[in-house]
Design a protein around this ligand. Structure first.
Ligand code: ADP
Ligand code: MG
Length: 245
């Protein structure tokens, strides 16, 4: 089977479950995953859905896995041992855990009111979610957008509001940048959560949070948004530690 047909076979479950009726287009072939635009089944109440399919494990290369995996809990004792020993089974569990982790994180954040795509279903290495954009016109990454002068401040505030809400939900994105934010008709959706960490458990959470906020501040600086990234990160972190969020 070709790389492409392996990827597409993961969509069969969504088709069989009556969630999608067709696969229309590739939206983007990313580093770790390929995203497809699918025709949604009318019962989903929407026209299109995005299917993010992770590459088969052997073609993927999550950088620095350990930093992000720290603090993740695998309840099954035997599986935990397999992951530790990096057996075949262990590596498979670890891979599935990236996909499941992204889906669970989207569920939690969407329910909390965060600006993330609505998650619909997960199956194997694929996640089905709200599609941001129009047919053959997927929403661009914020990085490729020219904002109007009066848009920048409110959008920066919206993103910082999200970072704060996620932290209150015990989540740090940990790969936040203008690459992982989609812009559509003046609004934003934040995507790409597999590496998100739990700040209660992960000892790198504060540096990761600081880097996320720094990336946002750098991007918005070109639009005259003056912010103090280390001050903002420190303030949020203090509130988090005092359980004031
Ligand atoms: N829900 C979505 N709607 C529209 N396009 C999406 C959606 N999710 C992802 N994309 C597109 O696919 C690209 C890759 O998705 P992403 O989750 O960032 O994975 P990765 O960067 O790991 O490959 C994004 O940059 C975006 O262009
Ligand atoms: Mg991405």
């Amino acid at each position: 089977m070709s790389d492409e047909s392996i990827l597409l076979s993961s969509l069969e479950t969504f088709y069989n479950e009556g969630l999608i009726t067709d696969v229309l287009d590739i939206v983007k072939r990313g580093k770790e995953a390929t995203v497809y635009c699918c025709q949604a089944h009318p019962s989903t109440g929407t026209k299109f859905l995005a299917a993010k399919i992770y590459r088969p494990r052997q073609f993927r290369s999550f950088k620095n896995d350990a930093v992000y995996q720290e603090g993740r809990v695998i309840l099954d004792k035997r599986l935990r041992r397999a992951v530790k020993k990096k057996t075949r089974k262990g590596r498979a569990v670890q891979f599935t855990s990236w996909v499941e982790h992204e889906f669970q994180t989207l569920n939690l954040l969407h329910a909390a009111g965060a600006d993330v795509p609505r998650p619909i279903a997960q199956s194997g290495s694929a996640i089905l979610m709200e599609y941001v954009g129009d047919y053959q016109l997927p929403a661009p990454m914020l990085k490729n957008v020219s904002l109007e002068p009066d848009e920048a401040h409110p959008l920066f505030d919206l993103l910082m509001g999200n970072v704060e809400l996620w932290l209150a939900c015990n989540i740090v994105h940990a790969d936040l940048s203008a690459f992982n934010i989609l812009y559509w008709k003046g609004d934003l959706k934040i995507i790409d959560f597999p590496q998100a960490v739990d700040p209660r458990l992960n000892p790198s959470a504060f540096p990761l949070l600081s880097r996320d906020i720094d990336n946002l501040c750098r991007y918005f600086a070109r639009y005259g948004v003056h912010a103090n990234p280390s001050g903002l990160a420190g303030e949020l972190w203090t509130q988090f530690l005092r359980a004031e969020l």
